[in-house]
Design a protein around this ligand. Sequence first.
Ligand SMILES: Nc1ncnc2c1ncn2[C@@H]1O[C@H](COP(=O)(O)OP(=O)(O)OP(=O)(O)O)[C@@H](O)[C@H]1O
Ligand SMILES: [Mg+2]
Length: 266
Amino acid sequence: MILDSYRIATEPYYQPQGQEIATFLAAYHERLPIMLKGPTGCGKTRFIEHMAWRLGKPLITVAAHEDMTAADLAGRYLLEPSGTVWHDGPLTLAVRHGAICYLDEIVEARQDTTVVIHPLTDARRILPLDKHNEIVPAHSDFQLTISYNPGYQSAVKDLKESTKQRFIAIDFGYPPPATESAIVARESGADADLARLLVTIAERSRNLQGHGLDEGASTRMLIHTGRMVRAGLPLPVAVQSGIVLPITDNPDIRAALSDAIEACLP
Ligand SMILES: Nc1ncnc2c1ncn2[C@@H]1O[C@H](COP(=O)(O)OP(=O)(O)OP(=O)(O)O)[C@@H](O)[C@H]1O
Ligand SMILES: [Mg+2]
């Protein structure tokens, strides 16, 4: 099959936080488009990989960016020795052959690009390819999921109302401490004590959110820090390089964060 390389063979570990699996399954059953909302490094990508695996569907991921054009999603003619040949873009591949398409960081795309998904995400379920003179009806397995980090939201970079209102939304946040510790332990190989300590550190950093930090330390950062410790680095050094230095360049905030962290270290 043409999409075989997009299939996920082994189960991606995903620790649920709430009703997100049931919500996704219901939305998929109805082929409703889904929006995963939440801060960076909180498990959105892992979740969609897990769901694609669970449903046995191929997953095509597209990272949106500000120079992305509709053709980057839909496809374009390319010059080949035999002449110009049409190449389906990643969205068209998913629509035509029945994959889950994951559009990562959708707000990065320009609004004129975003509207190509409109006829796909309402009752029509079609993708018009103007340049190719074709209207592609969505395969029955096709589903569109987008991700969206509300933290970076600004008036210019918000989704249009007509885009937002097409989606079922699932909110992701940092999981409760016990759950997050389990994730950190499993993903970094840190022992339970270290994982719990890293989560405590993250909570301190999250308290600085809005007071100098745009976002607190993500689960991803804790995993990286745990791995640095496993690789032999002393904990205070790992915490500096894994959390404090990446998260801010402001010396005052670095100092405040370091102080808050030091208070938790054994
Ligand atoms: N609920 C979870 N279950 C299992 N692993 C998780 C979970 N949440 C976070 N992780 C771990 O955290 C890492 C980062 O998560 P992920 O890449 O899914 O974040 P994201 O929300 O997609 O972030 P971004 O918005 O930056 O793309 C994952 O690689 C995984 O190791
Ligand atoms: Mg991601």
